[in-house]
Design a protein around this ligand. Structure first.
Ligand code: FAD
Length: 270
């Protein structure tokens, strides 16, 4: 374990130092209360001050196929897993092609797109807690919009998906359509994906755009012109992102009386 800049582990490319441990194998791993877990860091912003906590970056990668069941290591790319399932004629994850996160991060936030969500296909989650490994069946979990309840505190080490047999050509066409829609609606550049959660079923981008905030910049953080719920980061620091999210919340509340809540996760003090 050594001090590293978290910027190197986050899609926004900013963030201060912490004791970082890269986890390639979960055998022998222990979890201590207060540890911070990172998957691919695509939904997370870390303070410029970093954190005193130990940060575990999950790079345990791999998947085993057994009929319609797939057991994936938590650090596996969700998008790569979705592509592998499509090739094998297994349906259920085709909406996930192009989502840049890990399997573990996707379970924590019940990642989803185009009407699909991770929780629809999960059958079991393995979590390393302070007391050891716990296997939780999907019947003990409650998946809702960008949220999974019922997970114990700890490190998700693996996830079992139960998928459905389907025609690989049809699945590939479906995934290509989703990927095209993603490319045409989402900006390129460094971001943490959608910044805010939808509010009462209305996308946060709707409010941000109508508040006239597209293109608004603070330091290196800018509201995307293409998709108002994306903050594009082209330099600067993590505090620029935080200041811009605060400004968006203030303006949207002043204009519409709507209190936006972050979808992104924060690490450390701001
Ligand atoms: C360009 C872009 C497009 C995106 N599109 C979508 C989209 O369409 N739909 C969508 O839902 N999201 C989208 N996202 C957001 C993001 O990719 C997802 O939320 C993804 O599931 C996060 O996974 P991650 O591994 O990057 O999580 P991280 O950012 O690393 O972590 C997110 C949370 O999960 C926790 N966590 C991660 N791994 C583990 C683990 N193994 N054990 C315990 N806790 C863990 C972290 O502590 C943190 O609280 C997008 C992001 C980007 C940058």
């Amino acid at each position: 374990m050594s001090k590293k800049f978290l910027s190197g582990f986050l899609s926004v490319g900013v963030g201060g130092e912490a004791e970082v441990e890269i986890i390639r194998m979960t055998a022998g791993l222990t979890y201590h209360r207060g540890d911070i877990i990172l998957g691919r860091g695509t939904n997370t912003v870390a303070s410029d001050l970093g954190t005193d906590a130990r940060v575990l970056v999950m790079r345990n990668i791999g998947a085993e196929f057994d009929g319609v069941n797939v057991t994936a290591e938590s650090g596996t790319s969700l998008s790569a897993l979705a592509r592998a399932t499509i090739k094998r004629g297994l349906g259920g994850l085709e909406w996930a092609v192009g989502i840049p996160g890990s399997v573990g991060g996707a379970v924590v936030g019940n990642a989803g797109a185009f009407g699909g969500a991770v929780g629809d296909s999960v059958s079991e989650v393995k979590v390393l807690t302070e007391r050891g490994i716990v296997c939780i069946g999907a019947d003990k979990l409650h998946f809702s919009y960008r949220k999974t309840d019922g997970l114990p505190e700890g490190i998700i080490t693996g996830v079992v998906f139960r998928l459905k047999r389907a025609d690989p050509v049809m699945l590939a066409e479906c995934a290509a359509g989703y990927d095209e829609r993603r490319r045409s609606s989402q900006p390129t550049g460094r971001s943490a994906g959608s910044t805010f959660l939808a509010c009462n079923g209305i996308s946060a981008g709707y409010y941000i755009e109508r508040a006239g905030l597209k293109g608004t910049r603070i330091g290196g953080a800018r509201v995307s012109d293409k998709h108002a719920n994306f903050i594009i980061v082209d330099g600067g620091c993590a505090n620029d992102i935080r200041l811009l999210t605060d400004l968006i919340k203030l303006k949207v509340y002043a204009e519409f009386g709507v209190r936006l809540k972050e979808e992104i996760n924060y690490i450390g003090e701001f």
